[in-house]
Design a protein around this ligand. Structure first.
Ligand code: 5AD
Ligand code: SF4
Length: 439
């Protein structure tokens, strides 16, 4: 039996694509393996949102050259966003790669692998777009209890720094009835938690129905019998409406967590990023969420070093970070992406200044993460146990409804269950708890 190994870079959408790729290959008679030297096919599912993701791919794929020299029948394939962006350039940089396929070519992967293996020369297929959704393909899920559910693909916002609209295409929503049906079958198949995915979930349905219908969608998904938890990401601040906040506030199995990328706290920078909100609007939304949704967590993405960002702009970001009191922030240094509008801006921030702001931002945010987490010490929270902790193999790792990571002692048979956990200790990035009964 032939074996495949997938290495995934990037966001949740890519993780979902990898599960679809695994499903396709499984259907074509392959089985998964965790070892490079045991695989007949190695697939890189790549990301191109920042330069360091490109570098990681080129580094890791180059490292397979020796393995390929000793195992000439091994097929090395590169797919995903970087493949969509760089196409044939990848073949030039990595001549030992057998196949490059774009984000719209996933459905044809088994045939493409056969062709690459048969022709003994490198194959490249990158379609500019497609009418079908990769997410309609059957997936082989990494965890039996969790499913990603892309509700939209692509993005229409064209933030000036971002490459995503160029590699993933315009925003397309999947029909609501189909999504609800899909949720029903997933639950029958043992799924307990579904994460609805989109670059901007709040605009779900705009292309199909003329107006967004995200609030209705989460309400309907949450009503699917037997589903324990519904999550969603990412919320764009410009489109997050009160009806969505109210639906989450109504509670039940919809998890009280918003991932609401801020990017910058300076209105001048936000304007140049074409984010279409001001820091004041942003903070108003944060306030509304905190007022309405009990035990909510708000997380964010923030970038420093965007072209033209001054110390004063950066102070604006720190001010919003202080005022918003985020539970967690994913922080990035701006990375120039060829083809985007911002790539043409000439007033670059020096790497030294960007690096120094980055460190200050992390320090500021860590204190807020810690403060918020410390408030939970002594509370009893329902924790869904996801598996062994990656950091500490003696502990299990689980999540609160608000998506906080909790480490607890316990046996493997608790994986996939929800426990009542008393929070004992808090750190910036996780909590330690003591497991009680199965909830
Ligand atoms: N440089 C740095 N960070 C970026 N992001 C998107 N594009 C870039 C870029 N060119 C960040 C944003 C986004 C997250 C997924 O990645 O913060 O929300
Ligand atoms: Fe995801 Fe963006 Fe990376 Fe593509 S480029 S995998 S959409 S983060």
């Amino acid at each position: 039996m032939k074996k495949f190994r997938i290495k995934t870079f990037g966001c949740q959408m890519n993780k979902d694509d990898s599960e679809r790729i695994a499903g396709l290959l499984n259907g074509a008679g392959y089985v998964p393996t965790d070892a490079d030297n045991d695989a007949d096919v190695i697939i890189f599912n790549t990301c191109c949102v920042r330069r360091n993701a490109d570098d990681r791919l080129y580094g890791q794929a180059a490292a397979l050259k020796q393995l390929k020299a000793g195992q000439p029948d091994l097929v090395i394939a590169v797919g995903g966003c970087l493949a969509q962006m760089d196409g044939e350039a990848i073949q030039k940089k990595l001549p030992h790669v057998d196949l490059v396929f774009g984000t719209h070519n996933v459905a044809r992967l088994p045939q493409l692998i056969d062709r690459a293996a048969g022709e003994k020369r490198s194959v490249c297929e990158v379609l500019a777009g497609s009418e079908s959704f990769t997410s309609d393909l059957p997936g082989l899920r990494k965890h039996a209890w969790h499913a990603w559910l892309p509700i939209t693909v692509g993005c229409d916002n064209y933030c000036t720094y971002c490459i995503v609209p160029y590699v993933r295409g315009r925003e397309k929503s999947r029909p609501m009835e189909k999504l609800i049906d899909n949720c029903g079958s997933l639950v029958k198949d043992g799924v307990k938690e579904i994460t609805l995915l989109g670059q901007n979930v709040n605009s779900y349905g705009r292309d199909l129905y003329g107006a967004p219908r995200f609030a209705e969608l989460i309400a309907k998904v949450s009503a699917v019998d037997g589903l324990e938890r519904v999550r969603f990401t990412t919320s764009h601040p410009k489109d997050l409406t009160a009806d969505v906040i109210d639906t989450v506030a109504a509670g039940g199995n919809i998890c009280p967590h918003f991932h609401l990328p801020l990017q910058s706290g300076s209105d001048r920078v936000l304007e140049r990023m074409r984010r279409q909100y001001t820091s004041k609007n942003y903070l108003r939304i944060v306030e509304e969420i905190r007022d309405k949704v009990a035990d909510v967590a708000i997380t964010t993405d923030i970038m420093v070093g965007f072209p033209g960002e001054t110390e004063k702009d950066f102070q604006g970001t720190l001010n919003v970070v202080r005022a918003a009191g985020f539970d967690q922030a994913f922080t990035f240094i701006y990375s120039q992406r060829p083809g985007t509008v911002a790539a043409k801006y000439e007033d670059r921030v020096t790497p030294a200044a960007a690096g120094e702001r980055f460190a200050r931002l992390i320090e500021e945010q860590n204190s807020h993460s810690l403060k918020n987490n410390r408030r939970l010490v002594g509370n009893k929270l329902p924790v869904f146990v996801e598996g062994r902790s990656k950091k500490d193999n003696y502990r299990l790792a689980g999540r609160t409804p608000s998506n906080k990571l909790v480490h607890i002692k316990g046996d493997d048979d608790l994986i996939g269950r929800t426990l009542d956990v008393e929070i004992r200790e808090a750190f910036s990035w996780f909590l330690i708890g003591e497991a009680g009964d199965i909830a």
